[in-house]
Write a new protein. Structure first.
Lengths: 138, 69
């Protein structure tokens, strides 16, 4: 998967282009260290950007959320088929790779439900955060 | 005796290798179906666990802010 990451602070600011590159790298590399090195910056520089540049840190959170959202959409798309697979096996189907099909179907269904819970919690948290922010401003 | 930092570095290195292994198995069309499903499951579960971790951090921040008021 090639993540499409944009960062409004990516041009005209110090290190802007590298920041956009490393944002994309952080979504596909297994560690932050590997992401930093893949675009030619030190892990320490990346850690500093995440700590001191709030726009950069927010862009990273947004890119991660977008990646999770696209995976969740894909899981949901396959959710109905997953339920059908379980039903088919439960009725006594003897297709090849049956154990793997059941395991895959169960994972899809569990993750769709987990994603639903996480989204619900996210919405409720956002409401609480908004209320806190308006309390602070009043 | 190994220092804590050395142990942490070793753990991080093992973790990185584990993720590489899972990714390789999940995308290997010649691997047994059960192994591919298990690897893909582990990767997805890890990803959603990081979402849960983000939620916990936000809850803790809200609790701290409430404690200050």
């Amino acid at each position: 998967m090639s993540p499409n990451v944009s960062f409004s602070g990516g041009s005209g600011r110090k290190g802007g282009n590298k920041k956009e590159q490393v944002l994309a790298a952080m979504l596909i590399e297994p560690t932050r260290k590997a992401a930093a090195e893949s675009v030619g910056i030190s892990p320490r520089t990346l850690a500093r950007w995440l700590k001191e540049d709030s726009a950069f840190a927010e862009a990273y959170q947004a890119a991660k959320a977008e990646l999770v959202e696209s995976m969740t959409t894909r899981l949901r798309t396959n959710g109905i088929d997953a339920v059908a697979t379980l039903a088919e096996v439960a009725k006594g189907s003897t297709s090849p790779n049956q154990a793997a099909r059941v395991s895959a179907a169960r994972t899809i269904i569990e993750l769709v439900l987990k994603a639903h819970e996480a989204e619900d919690l996210g919405v409720r948290l956002q409401k609480l955060e908004s209320e806190r922010n308006s309390d602070e401003n009043s | 005796m190994k220092t804590l930092k050395q142990r942490a570095n070793r753990l991080a290195q093992n973790g990185t290798e584990a993720v590489h292994t899972l990714s390789r198995i999940a995308s290997d069309e010649d691997a047994p179906a059960e192994a591919r499903v298990s690897a893909a499951t582990a990767i997805l579960e890890f990803m959603y666990r990081s979402v849960e971790q983000d939620i916990l951090v936000r809850i803790e921040k809200l609790e701290q802010d409430r404690g200050k008021r």
